[in-house]
Design a binder for this molecule. Sequence first.
Ligand code: 5GP
Ligand code: ZN
Length: 114
Amino acid sequence: MADCLFCKIITGNVPSEKVFETEKVLAFRDIRPQAPVHILIIPKEHIASAQQINASNSQAVADIAEVIPKIAEQEGISKQGYRIVTNIGFHGQQTVEHLHYHLLGGRQLGWPPG
Ligand code: 5GP
Ligand code: ZN
């Protein structure tokens, strides 16, 4: 997707602070961190949001699920815990239309969200 910000991060056309990468998945630090650890985990395949997941592309979600514990371990937050969030659409306040999971941690998080 030529005009997708996260596709540009995948190709390197937009710089990012990468923390983890596999053939299928990229993880990089959020530019406006909301917690001491705030990482975005994205599939390299362009999928607009979790609402677009179906039987033909759901492996992307499994690929992301597989790297989450490794990133948490690498960031030193696996024991104290953390949160995974994916915002979807207008009410979900999704601002970038490329599927991404926020990994938030490094402090006590509040619940419920706003
Ligand atoms: P959303 O609001 O769609 O759930 O999450 C998008 C996230 O992308 C936001 O937390 C925002 O701070 C982050 N973001 C927006 N532009 C950039 C960028 O150019 N680089 C990085 N690393 N993060 C970005
Ligand atoms: Zn994209």
